[in-house]
Design a protein around this ligand. Structure first.
Ligand code: ADP
Ligand code: MG
Length: 140
């Protein structure tokens, strides 16, 4: 299997509770390598653009407000089959349905405040990485 990249966000509920290191350790323990990382405060424009695919969903406004509410840590992760590996260690969107040992099972507060984002395909990973990082910020 090839070494690939995916995009991750440590969300406001996790940065607020000082879990940046704990979440990153879970990612690293799963075999993913952090090849880019920065702590930012998302603007409304960034949050709306990033989640544009969900703009018709009833939770869109709440989601955008949440993503702007505290700093987030955006990361590029690299590893064997990185998209699938990251989704596995993240766990299900709803923490009540997340498997034992996953980030969301351990840390998420609710289906909305669920501690992490992870790309759902290699195509979206490339788009999401380019949304937040320039090439010279990614050091593999
Ligand atoms: P995932 O983050 O697992 O890929 P989705 O892409 O379906 O999940 O949703 C994006 C984000 O929107 C979720 O991570 C969560 O923060 C929020 N969200 C999803 N469903 C709901 C919901 N029913 N109520 C509130 N927020 C939600
Ligand atoms: Mg998604």
């Amino acid at each position: 299997m090839a070494v690939t990249r995916t995009f991750s966000i440590i969300k406001p509920d996790a940065t607020k509770r000082n879990l940046t290191g704990a979440v990153t350790k879970k990612l690293e323990d799963a075999g993913l390598r952090v090849v880019a990382s920065k702590r930012i405060r998302m603007s409304q424009e960034q949050a709306e653009g990033f989640y544009a695919v969900h703009k018709e969903r009833p939770f869109f406004g709440e989601l955008v407000e949440f993503m702007m509410s505290e700093p987030v840590v955006v990361q590029v992760l690299e590893g064997e089959d990185a998209v699938a590996k990251n989704r596995e260690v993240m766990g299900a969107t709803n923490p009540a349905e997340a498997a034992e040992g996953t980030i969301r099972k351990e840390f998420a507060l609710s289906i909305g405040e669920n501690s992490v984002h992870g790309s759902d395909s290699e195509e979206n990973a490339a788009i999401e990485i380019a949304y937040f990082f320039s090439n010279d910020e990614i050091v593999g």
